[in-house]
Design a binder for this molecule. Structure first.
Ligand SMILES: [Zn+2]
Length: 313
């Protein structure tokens, strides 16, 4: 199931929506976590009007003649602020933007970087081509004026697996899958930092609208074994040790799958499946109940079909 208008509006309806007069200002405050590498943290919350959709993390890297972005935020308005922030920080214009996956909170600001190389894997480009219009519709309905002027951009450039020198900076690109059909992991060689996109969440429950849990589980094993030091998750705080966030994401996915299967087997309906007790070890995960309930809507019909096949089939 896609993060369609219905999914987005469903999420919104579950929240206490206080639509108030507000200024549409994105506050972007980068934090340096390595030499020439800054992170910008998103709000550890669902997409909502209070945060303008700025819920995803992203990275700014200083290159020789240009700044590099790994993901770029949810809207044109956000991208314009980010462009100015990155230029001030690095003293260079943004020359390269790499998108980790198809989701709008990570890549819908790409239109603000018309003069830069905007790149994704061939699979991410295909995913965006297929889904961007639907996601844009959902984002506009959910976020209103925050989105004005935003046009989803399908990256013109293709990035492939392996190491590449980008503006003098050695980056290792590793296309993977699991959180979505096409996820890109980027490792900055100079600092050893892994920028994991939404394959890794940290102290914030994983979102699953396009996930394949079995593939995701395997990919997390691969990430744990890959050479890196610190890790920037797609959502939640930077993990300086590089393993805790991976382990936590895997723990949640394992629990989620067994919980959903258990709920189907016990004959619970979808509402009840979204209300089961969440183990105490996940108390520190933001948006846990919200994401469990969304995951029920993403997986339940498929699991029911699998666990309760028709007697004549
Ligand atoms: Zn995502």
């Amino acid at each position: 199931m896609r993060l369609t208008r219905r999914t987005l509006l469903g999420g919104m309806a579950a929240l206490p929506v206080a639509v108030r007069a507000q200024s549409l200002d994105y506050r972007i405050e980068p934090v340096e976590v390595g030499d020439g590498l800054w992170i910008v943290r998103g709000a550890d919350a669902p997409i909502e009007r209070g945060n303008g959709g700025a819920i995803a993390n992203l990275a700014i890297l200083a290159g020789d003649e240009a700044a590099i972005l790994i993901d770029c935020g949810p809207s044109l308005r956000y991208g314009r602020v980010l462009d100015a922030v990155a230029r001030k920080l690095t003293g260079k214009p943004v020359g390269h933007v790499f998108l980790t996956h198809l989701h709008p909170d990570h890549g819908f600001a790409a239109g603000a970087f018309a003069n830069a190389e905007v790149a994704g894997t061939a699979e991410v480009r295909r995913e965006l081509q297929a889904t961007a219009a639907g996601y844009a519709d959902g984002m506009y309905r959910l976020l209103g004026d925050w989105m004005r002027g935003t046009e989803p951009v399908v990256p013109a450039a293709t990035v492939t697996a392996g190491e590449r020198l980008v503006a003098g900076r050695r980056l290792v690109f590793a296309p993977m899958a699991g959180h979505s059909p096409a996820d890109l992991v980027v490792t900055d060689v100079a600092t050893g930092t892994m920028i994991a996109g939404d394959l890794v969440f940290h102290d914030r429950a994983p979102s699953t609208p396009d996930a394949d849990l079995a593939t995701w589980r395997k990919t997390l094993g691969t990430l744990a074994a890959m050479s890196h030091k610190g890790l920037l998750p797609g959502h939640g705080p930077f993990d300086p040790g590089g393993q805790a966030a991976i382990a936590q994401t895997l723990d949640w996915i394992d629990w989620l799958e067994s919980s959903l299967r258990g709920s189907v087997a016990a004959g619970l309906d979808m509402v009840a499946a979204g209300e089961v007790a969440i183990p105490a070890r996940f108390d520190g995960l933001k948006a846990a109940r919200y994401e469990l309930q969304r995951s029920v809507s993403h997986f339940y019909p498929r699991l029911e079909a699998e666990l309760f096949p028709r007697a004549d089939q």
